[in-house]
Structure formats: C-alpha cells, structure tokens
Design a protein around this ligand. Structure first.
Ligand code: NAD
Length: 292
C-alpha cells in the first residue's frame, strides 16, 4: 500500500525538456517522505510550445508550484504574475510558487551557491571573486553574490554567444548593487592570473571540466592559486574536475564541486514551497553517499 499519496497530496512539478534524467524528483520526494510532508514532485516533458498551458495548469490544478529548467527558464517570465527581484535581475526563473493562483518566479541557483559556501562556514561578503562564465549558472552566481554583499567581481568570458550576457551582468551589478563588477575576455591570460591572485574565491561556471571537456581546465598552472583561497567548480559530474586537481596541487584549502550548490538550490526551492528546511545531510547521504 502506498502510504504517502492520498486525496490531500499537493503536487509540485518540474517542467523542462529533456528532463527524465533529473535527480530533483528523487531529492524532493525523499525529503517530503523524511519530513512526513504530504507533497509529491513529478517531472513533465515541457518544451516552449507546451509551456503556456503547463503554467496555466499550475493554477487550474492548484499545484503548489514547479521547478523550471531549460529550455523554459527565460520563456516562462511573461507567463508569471510576479518576479522575485533576484530573478528579475538574472532574467531567468527556476522555481515557481503558487499562492492562491498568484504565480511568483524565483531563481535559486545563486542563493544555492551562496548557501553552499555558508554550509562550509565560508563567508565571501565583503570579499573579491573572480568568476569564469556568464551563462545560466554564472549569471545567477554573479547577481546573487553582488546582492549578498560581495565587494568586487571580475567576470571572465570567452568572446562567444554569452559575451553579451556577460556585459549585461556587469551593467546590472554596477547599476543596481554596491558591488563593483568588471568584464574581461578569457584571452587576457595575465589579467586572469592577476585577478585570481587578488581574489578570495575563484569560481568556474563554464562547464569546462564536464563531458566532453572533462580533461580540460581554464587554469592548468597551480601557481595561479593560493593556499588560503576558495576554488569552486559548478560541475558535479565528475566529482573531481581537472580544475579541482590543479587546485589540489596548489594546496588550496577550500575546493568544491557543484554538488553542494545543486543540493542547496533544491533546498531553497523546497523551503519556498513548504516553509521547511530540506534535510540536506540526509539527502546528500542517500543520493551521493559514495560520491562527496
Ligand atoms: P550555459 O551554456 O548557460 O553557459 C556556459 C558558459 O560557459 C558561458 O559563459 C560560456 O561562454 C562558457 N563556456 C562554454 N564553453 C567554454 C569553453 N570551452 N571555454 C570557456 N568558456 C566556455 O551553461 P550553464 O547552464 O551556465 O552551466 C554551466 C555549468 O554549470 C555546467 O557545467 C552546469 O552543469 C553547471 N551548473 C551547475 C549547477 C549546480 O547546481 N551545481 C547549476 C547550474 C549549472
């Protein structure tokens, strides 16, 4: 007999395509079960075409909300009633909360990043960050770090399709927060080295280090890093990227993959829907015990 689902069960969705590989349903459903919360979380194959009807279904079915992933993170914005200020600045939504038919969009990737550092008792407020990447993850990280009080962010990006987004991120941070942001091309290697040397944290949000680029790193020389800094890679598969191995060689004290950020972005959404704290260490143990 299925004990958890009954006539009162509240539905939360995940709307994206492709999405069947996602860990989120396992993560949230185990957290609901552990806390005895009467919710269930299901993944739906939703492209841009189905999105308007799917969002309307949140209201019609009285769902508590949904996660949103690619290709819908930007397209969903005009379909919502309200946006959290961080989601507005990032220009993307990964979490929707339904309050009696009023849909509010949030982004939890950036808060997930900041909280994953806080979980390790690390506080980068008032410090300087060098950040590679200005896509979905890089944008959310830069904006949230700036909103939370990081003093200075040097953003490096290739002169590719995301260069314009990087320019936009710098302009928004400089006009709407107290943080000073500067954009550089990743080709400026000397500047890349000196900005990292001047930073408390280096974060790579490019996906270099993940398949098919798993043998690559934007930094290959351990002398780019200091022992007393943080090196953070948003990639979590593989658990140890080439960048992390370079940082290890440099003896860096605090080296992280993106697993904590991934768990925390889920936990932030969980809190928005249920008001409860996700039992993170239980979920980490359950899903990734052998893989920290
Ligand atoms: P995206 O496609 O939106 O952005 C990719 C960024 O990387 C861009 O800035 C692009 O210019 C840069 N880039 C791509 N290839 C590059 C290369 N060869 N050299 C230099 N720069 C390059 O991707 P995204 O959604 O921002 O994801 C980026 C990474 O972050 C992925 O590995 C993804 O798995 C990871 N991620 C992790 C979490 C988490 O919770 N840990 C959340 C979101 C994304």
């Amino acid at each position: 007999m299925v004990e958890r689902i009954d006539g009162h069960t509240i539905l939360i969705g995940l709307m994206a395509y492709p999405i069947r590989h996602s860990m989120s349903p396992t993560m949230h459903n185990n957290a609901f079960a552990k806390l005895g919360l009467n919710y269930t979380y299901l993944a739906f194959d939703i492209t841009n075409k189905e999105l308007p009807n799917a969002i309307e279904a949140i209201r019609t079915l009285g769902m508590r909300g949904s996660n949103i992933s690619m290709p819908n993170k930007q397209k969903v914005i005009p379909l919502l009633d309200k946006l959290d200020p961080a989601a507005e600045m990032v220009g993307a939504v990964n979490t929707i909360v339904n309050d009696n038919g009023v849909l509010t969009g949030y982004t939890t990737d950036g808060t997930g990043f900041m909280q994953s550092l806080a979980d390790e008792k690390l506080d980068i407020r008032g410090e300087k960050m060098t950040l590679a990447g200005a896509g979905g993850a890089g944008t959310a990280i830069a904006i949230q770090a700036a909103l939370d009080g990081v003093k200075e962010i040097s953003i490096f990006n290739a002169k590719d399709a995301l260069w314009q987004q990087a320019k936009k991120n710098v302009a928004i941070i400089n006009s709407k927060t107290q943080c000073k942001a500067t954009l550089y091309s990743l080709e400026e290697r000397d500047k890349f080295r000196s900005e990292i040397a001047d930073s408390t944290i280096y974060c790579d949000a490019t996906g270099v280090g993940m398949k098919p680029l798993q043998e690559m790193s934007l930094v290959n020389d351990p002398s780019f890093f200091r022992k007393d800094m943080i090196v953070f890679d948003t990639v979590y598969a593989p658990r140890e990227t080439k960048l992390m191995r370079v940082a290890k060689k440099a003896g860096v004290d605090h080296i992280f993959n993106g697993l904590g950020m991934m768990l925390e972005q889920g936990a932030q959404a969980f809190k928005l829907w249920t008001g409860e704290d996700m039992p993170i260490s239980y979920i980490r143990q359950l899903l990734f015990a052998d893989k920290k």
